[in-house]
Design a protein around this ligand. Structure first.
Ligand code: ATP
Ligand code: MG
Length: 1067
């Protein structure tokens, strides 16, 4: 593998500082008036009324000779000079280093397609959106519009005339005071973002001073902006000098004091720049050679692909710009993200968040990266399902890699913002970036990214995907550069089958398809009737020696297809790896505590299985393992297997161009066929889409059309989207009023696409409407604090219910119902068993998909004791109702079906807690075991949400203790002794049981296990799995131990805020 060489050293000087140093030689733009303008006599005679920071007249008097400091050119020039000297010395260092680096590596730029977002035309203009806004409250919208026009005119050179270190200092100061309210100041901001930033910068010093804004309006916009910034900086300097002046050292000259103060600030800035910069710690892209060795050892990756090298050495990455990169499936995108993550953790010593779309993928990644963490000394923390701590433990020595699902990633980011620690996050990596367009999860992903962009300008964002189309929008949203390449290590041939002809997808052909061959098969009339789509002919061309995935439109279809294929395969297929297949059956029986799905029992002997959400995760995992090992050669599956899973397939067959009843989208099609021909696993890959004659024209469109655009879901997902976002903005104090909320919204993907997504409503209308709803729902309230504020903009405040809703991540559609139900519960909570509590915390959104079997309902009800039966009556489901339903009688009385269904689901959960056997319960309730497990997982997670909800509301104090315990019970619905083992990522119940029975009873046993012994002791555990499992356990143990150590240190720390007299009494 080639060395990356030190040329990739990534420096962390903030974007604005870099910009300044690059722009230094350029003439000032229209908004950078020469210094003498700022110090013109007029400016001195009529000082511009300023922000509160300026208003301190008495302090100004202290300056004597320097009372006209704001106009003192020579002093400012000195400041600039000193800064330049300081900066040049830093630049010289980095320049020398860069030259050395360049001499070592000459990066080759292949099909690089770099597009700077700044060069893009703005498609978004909020100006047109805010017409017709009439109310008093909307004062700011008009001002916003006017200022936006001006700022748009003057581009982003507003900060250009400040020396970079002053900018750093200014931003630093600004950070500490209004950090969470200030938008990103990256250089490559789109103009609307500059508008937001500049508005906020101004605002931080203006604080709605009406007179000030009036004066500002009289000045030219550029002068105003520059003045306010320059003055704000000077103000800080002034403050420092004021402090010096107060210090009664009469003998020291003021000039000297001033110089010292300025110099000390400069040194601070320079130190900060050095502290946050990246340090090369080895020859492999700045990383130690050990990383290279580990890639060979753990991944079998000997050499980076050419594009991977090009990407890693991109100028934009070296400058820590945000980046979106796009390559076909299996192109090797993950490795780039992983190297960048290691650089961030080890070279820049910052924490990293990696966002992945599904729990199973998070667990897989935690396994895969724990070994790296153990070897290289960083922590890997899992944020999925019910795992993850909010806020995360602040580590003093090791840095953390948080691997999270979208939902947990959002909670994590919220908790970091809330505790003022968002700056600790150096890098955020989003895999499958196209998920931005995926319903409510897309909306949450958008919130994560928008919040990071707004609150932390030092956090770099990297997003990747194989299926992106409207990259421009995403670039504008993320203020990112773009890299794309068509490289795919294994060629993928796409075919379409219509009747018995196979066509190759060919962009050059007129209709996108060229005839390839006739399918060679001899079918009996019976077989022709059973398998009209010739699936058996297609699969037997590859299995059993090669593997095959058959995507089916529904779960039931997966099972039917698997059975149908097996029915007509000849007996020889049974002989292939027969013993291993028997072992698999045995394992699945163990997982099912003696039960085995009859379909799998019939299909596995032929090397075939189905894979969909009806399986429990333990089964799914075991089937995936067997398929990866080649024991199973064919899986029939739903589209859930299409995302990011690295399962081998020589051939991927799409049973029909449908998912359920919906015609396939191009993105879905690409993701599915992308499973064929994976690097390092297959040497070739092909996909075959089976099409009926009637769908032929649709399929031609499908294969020839571009990928779908990715659109914001903030507005579509009203309660989970925009309303939830605005609530959390106020809750987190990111925004305090509609003005700041509007600014935030400008920086969302929705803000970028607003004009396209909602033609009839402007961004301000949409924002105002959502705020109106939140106020109406009693989640936010307006606070009129002063007359001035009334004139401009009232402050928004989160109510207690709002705070509880946002803290508990409760869908706003249900917060009222939850409050009502919990309140009613207080009147007569039945604590004879946990049934009543379970009912109160059963997820509301599950009830609409539930249709009870009334006989089962009645049977389960009858088995409850009399006190438990009271719960039904208390919540509003009378016994007579259940009885009549079960006996098919008509019911006159109106009973809320939501409540009825919810109670039924709580019966399921109650049975689960009593039996801890998903199989028995799924049988009892005639539900698929996968559904039951999913219900359990969602209930565990909703329980912890309700717990957080209750923690914010004094009146619900009693629920806190009760729900803490219940959440734990639902999270690990297994025998207590298995819980410590199941805390290890990816160790599910059956594996935990195997380990426990073999003597690995605790986390420490597993962390200290000998891999070889493990492989020998635990059945069907590969060496690689054993190693990863031990690494994961070690990681968890280290993480827990370090957390405790840090707690001890925190406890023993001598307080720094106590007077000395008090401290002497301490030991
Ligand atoms: N330089 C390399 N040499 C050999 N194998 C590699 C290299 N880089 C990546 N791979 C392997 O290629 C396979 C696919 O890589 P990866 O999962 O990163 O693809 P991807 O681009 O993320 O695809 P998808 O879009 O489907 O998620 C993995 O098994 C990975 O280990
Ligand atoms: Mg991937």
């Amino acid at each position: 593998m080639e060395d990356g060489g030190p040329a990739v050293r990534r420096r962390s000087r903030p974007a604005c500082a870099r910009k300044r140093s690059r722009d230094r030689a350029q003439p000032c733009g229209p908004c950078s008036p020469p210094a003498h303008k700022r110090s013109s006599p007029r400016a001195e005679e009529e000082p511009v009324p300023a922000s509160p920071e300026y208003n301190n007249d008495s302090e100004e008097d202290l300056f004597g000779d320097y009372s006209s400091f704001s106009g003192n050119d020579s002093l400012l020039a000195q400041v600039d000079n000193m800064e330049q000297e300081c900066l040049q010395s830093i630049d010289l260092l980095s320049y020398t280093k860069n030259m050395e680096d360049k001499a070592t590596v000459e990066p080759a730029f292949g099909d690089l397609q770099l597009q700077n977002v700044r060069s893009k035309e703005l498609i978004f203009s909020a100006t047109g959106n805010i017409t017709g806004f009439k109310t008093e409250e909307s004062h700011f919208w008009r001002t916003a519009s006017e200022q936006e026009n001006r700022t748009l005119e003057h581009g982003d050179c507003i900060l250009d005339d400040l020396p970079s270190s002053q900018l750093l200092y200014f931003e630093e100061m600004n950070n500490s005071s209004v950090d969470s309210r200030k938008p990103s100041g990256r250089k490559e901001n789109a103009n609307n973002m500059n508008f937001c930033r500049d508005k906020m910068l101004n605002q931080s010093s203006c604080h709605h001073n009406a007179e000030h804004s009036k004066r500002n309006n009289e000045l030219s916009p550029s002068t105003t902006c520059n003045l306010s910034k320059r003055k704000s900086l000077k103000d800080h300097l002034k403050n420092t000098m004021t402090e010096n002046a107060k210090a009664h050292i009469p003998k020291v000259s003021r000039t000297k004091q001033l110089k010292e103060a300025v110099l000390s600030e400069e040194i601070c800035v320079a130190k900060k720049a050095i502290e946050t910069s990246s340090v090369d710690i080895g020859p492999f892209y700045g990383l130690p050679s050990k990383v290279k060795d580990l890639l060979v050892q753990f991944r079998g990756i000997e050499k980076l692909y050419e594009w991977q090298h090009t990407c890693l050495t991109l100028e934009s990455l070296q400058q820590r710009k945000n980046l979106i990169y796009s390559l076909p499936t299996s192109g090797g995108k993950t490795l780039i993200a992983e190297i960048l993550i290691l650089q961030e953790l080890l070279c820049r010593q910052k924490d990293v968040l990696m966002v992945l779309p599904y729990v199973a993928i998070v667990q897989e990644k935690v396994w895969a990266l724990s070994s790296f963490g153990i070897e290289l000394g960083f922590l890997v923390e899992e944020y999925a399902g019910s795992k993850g701590r909010f806020p995360p433990i602040k580590r003093r020595i090791k840095k953390s890699l948080y691997i999270a699902t979208i939902e947990k990633g959002h909670n994590l980011v919220n908790s970091l913002i809330e505790t003022g620690r968002i700056g600790d996050l150096g890098l955020v990596v989003v895999d499958e970036l196209h998920m931005l367009g995926a319903g409510s999860r897309g909306a949450i992903l958008e919130m994560i990214l928008a919040k990071i962009l707004y609150t932390s300008k030092t956090t770099q964002i990297i997003g990747m995907s194989a299926t992106l189309n409207n990259v421009g929008d995403l670039q504008q949203f993320l203020q990112a550069e773009y890299y794309a390449n068509n490289f795919r290590p294994v060629e993928l041939k796409e075919y379409v089958k219509i009747q018995d002809s196979i066509y190759e997808v060919d962009n050059k052909a007129e209709n996108g398809l060229t005839f390839s061959r006739l399918l060679n098969f001899k079918y009996s009339s019976n077989l022709q009737r059973m398998d009209p789509d010739h699936l058996i002919a297609l699969v037997t061309e590859v299995i059993p020696n090669y593997s095959c995935l058959v995507f089916c439109p529904t779960k039931k279809n997966c099972e039917n297809v698997a059975e149908m294929i097996c029915k007509y395969l000849n007996k020889e297929y049974r002989n292939h790896r027969e013993n291993e297949k028997q072992d698999l059956i045995k394992d699945l029986k163990n997982i099912g505590k003696g039960s085995l799905c009859p379909v799998l029992k019939r299909t596995i002997p032929f090397g075939i299985a189905y894979h969909h959400s009806g399986l429990i995760s333990d089964e799914r995992k075991r089937i995936e393992e067997a398929y990866s090992a080649g024991v199973l050669c064919l899986l029939t599956c739903t589209s859930t297997l299409a995302a990011g899973v690295n399962l081998p397939a020589r051939r991927v067959i799409l049973r029909a161009p449908y998912i359920a009843t919906e015609f396939l989208k191009k993105n879905q099609y690409k993701q599915m066929i992308g499973r064929a021909g994976r690097a390092g696993i297959d040497s070739a890959g092909e996909s075959i889409l089976i099409v009926q004659e009637k769908d032929k024209h649709l399929v031609q469109d499908l294969v020839n059309s571009p990928l779908e655009n990715c659109y914001s879901n903030l507005l579509l997902e009203v309660t989970k989207g925009i309303q939830s976002l605005l609530l959390s903005l106020v809750g987190l104090k990111i925004a305090r009023n509609s003005e700041e909320i509007y600014h935030f919204m400008c920086g969302t993907l929705y803000g970028v696409q607003q004009q396209f997504l909602s033609k009839e409503k402007s961004l301000s209308d949409v924002t105002r409407e959502a705020l109106g709803c939140l106020i109406e729902k009693g989640l936010l309230k307006e606070k009129m604090t002063s007359e001035k504020e009334q004139k401009s903009q009232s402050n928004l405040e989160i109510t207690q219910l709002g705070q509880a809703t946002y803290k508990g991540s409760i869908d706003l559609a249900y917060c009222d119902a939850l409050y009502r139900d919990l309140k009613k519960g207080l009147e007569g909570l039945v604590l004879e068993s946990c049934l009543h509590l379970l009912y109160l915390t059963t997820p509301y959104d599950m009830t609409s998909h539930c249709s009870p079997d009334w006989m089962i309902y009645f049977r389960q009800f009858s088995q409850l004791n009399s006190v438990e039966q009271k719960v039904a009556a208390i919540v509003g489901v009378p016994e007579s109702f259940i009885m009549k339903k079960a006996s098919g009688q008509a019911i006159k009385k109106d009973v809320d079906s939501g409540v009825v269904n919810r109670l039924y689901l709580s019966f399921v959960l109650y049975a689960l807690l009593k039996e801890t056997n998903i199989w028995n319960v799924s049988e009892k309730f005639n539900m698929s075991r996968g559904y039951v497990q999913n219900l359990l997982n969602l209930a565990a997670s909703f329980n912890s949400c309700v717990l957080h909800f209750c923690e914010e509301l004094e009146e619900f104090w009693v629920y806190k203790a009760l729900l803490t315990d219940l959440t734990k019970r639902l999270t690990y619905c297994v025998k207590a002794e298995l819980i410590p083992l199941m805390e290890v990522a990816g160790v599910l119940e059956s594996r935990a049981k195997q380990l426990y029975d073999s003597g690995y009873k605790t986390l420490a046993h597993l962390a200290n296990a000998n891999t070889e012994t493990l492989v020998k002791t635990i059945e069907h555990l590969s060496r690689r799995q054993a190693r990863q499992m031990v690494s994961s356990a070690k990681m968890l143990l280290t993480e827990k131990a370090e957390a405790l150590q840090e707690e001890v240190e925190e406890l023993l720390k001598v307080p720094t805020d106590t007077s000395e007299g008090l401290l002497t009494t301490l030991p």
